[in-house]
Design a protein around this ligand. Structure first.
Ligand SMILES: [Zn+2]
Length: 366
């Protein structure tokens, strides 16, 4: 076995799961005597995606996750035949895709003593979940399911109650800051990234490598002062910010390219060529890029809201009664920005959304 496949530390399978000590110790204990279904709850970038590979390695390795053997290496590289990550193709998990998982659960493991089946984005799967319930409760073979969900709505209670829940909360800002500095990121930039990443380590990693991150931040911060009242200025600002959101995709695309290269390399070394698996990775990349862009705009709106919050704080320092009107306007501005940010999930026309937000902010007459 070529020990150069992947770069995974033998001693600590969970080395790259940052700031999730509770989840990791639960998974370490679980791997010794696993039940048949786990639900990892939390944003993908906060740890579940990183943890699921390590957990699979510990379940497939005859020694419980040595980090060296072929089972460990292939699980960590995401190419073990008994470790299947089912990614949705459309906007939500289709019933047919859920049936496919049920079928997979019927099969015998190909190489290891058990198989690990992962279903992603379960928070978008409410319609298809009934297909899975019986299998989740009584998997026919030596199968361990891991379901990943950003969050859980009440209609997923039935599935949650059949799984051991492992929560991955957003990573603490101070932990992200410490982690970034330990990776050599300059303290000032690390602080800005830690504040902007929403507890998402993947996002923090990308932003810290992104040379244009600070200038994007400045662009969003400049919005209140740049709003002059003219419609053309609102349109110009919207265009600039959306162009900046496009440019924010570049580091993610570069990382996706690296992931495919590394998949190709590992497949070659381990003689495991799977066209279908490669396509699944590419499809996931496309979804991640769409999501990243939305996150970028949402994060920018968070920066904008913070500008108005800072204005409130400085107004309140006056304490002479002259601050009341300004505070009310800032509160109204924050509420407009928050509404616009929430509506991003509905896939609106982003140009219209931003232009309309800026026109409304202008009418507040700061
Ligand atoms: Zn091993």
């Amino acid at each position: 076995m070529d020990s150069s496949v992947g770069n995974y530390p033998a001693s600590n399978l969970y080395a790259d799961v940052v700031g999730q000590e509770d989840a990791v110790s639960l998974l370490r204990a679980a791997s010794r005597q696993p039940v048949h279904a786990y639900l990892f709850q939390g944003l993908n970038g906060a740890g579940p995606r990183r943890a699921v590979k390590a957990f699979a390695a510990s379940l497939l390795c005859p020694e419980g996750g040595c980090g060296h053997c072929s089972h460990c290496q292939r699980a960590l590289a995401g190419i073990h035949p008994d470790f299947v990550i089912l990614e949705r193709v459309g906007a939500s998990l289709a019933v047919d895709e859920a049936r496919h998982l049920v079928t997979l659960a019927q099969r015998r493991p190909l190489e290891a003593a058990r198989q690990v089946l992962v279903l992603t984005d379960v928070h978008l799967a409410a319609r298809s979940i009934p297909v899975l319930l019986k299998t989740l409760e009584e998997p026919p073979g030596p199968t361990v399911f891991v379901l990943l969900a950003d969050d859980l709505s009440p209609d997923l209670d039935t599935v949650a109650s059949r799984c051991v829940k492992v929560v991955f909360p957003p990573v603490k800002q101070s932990t992200v800051l410490e982690w970034l500095i330990s990776r050599g990121v300059a303290a000032e930039k690390a602080a800005l990234v830690a504040e902007s990443c929403g507890g998402d380590i993947d996002r923090a990693e990308l932003l810290s490598d992104d040379e244009r991150f600070v200038s994007r931040l400045e662009l969003w911060r400049s919005v209140p002062d740049a709003l002059s009242g003219s419609g053309s200025e609102c349109a110009r600002l919207a265009r600039l910010l959306l162009e900046a959101a496009d440019s924010a995709l570049e580091p993610l695309r570069a990382r996706h390219g690296e992931e495919l290269d590394s998949f190709d390399e590992d497949s070659k070394v381990l003689r495991d060529r799977s066209v279908a698996r490669r396509k699944e990775i590419s499809d996931r990349h496309r979804r991640e890029e769409r999501r990243w862009r939305v996150e970028e705009i949402r994060s920018g709106m968070g920066v904008l809201a913070r500008v108005y919050r800072d204005r409130i704080l400085s107004l309140l320092r006056r304490r002479d009664g002259s601050e009341t009107v300004g505070v009310l306007r800032c509160q109204e501005a924050i509420s407009l920005v928050t509404d616009a940010s929430r509506s991003l999930v509905r896939n609106p026309n982003e140009t219209l959304l931003l232009e309309s937000l800026f026109v409304k902010l202008t009418t507040l007459e700061f």
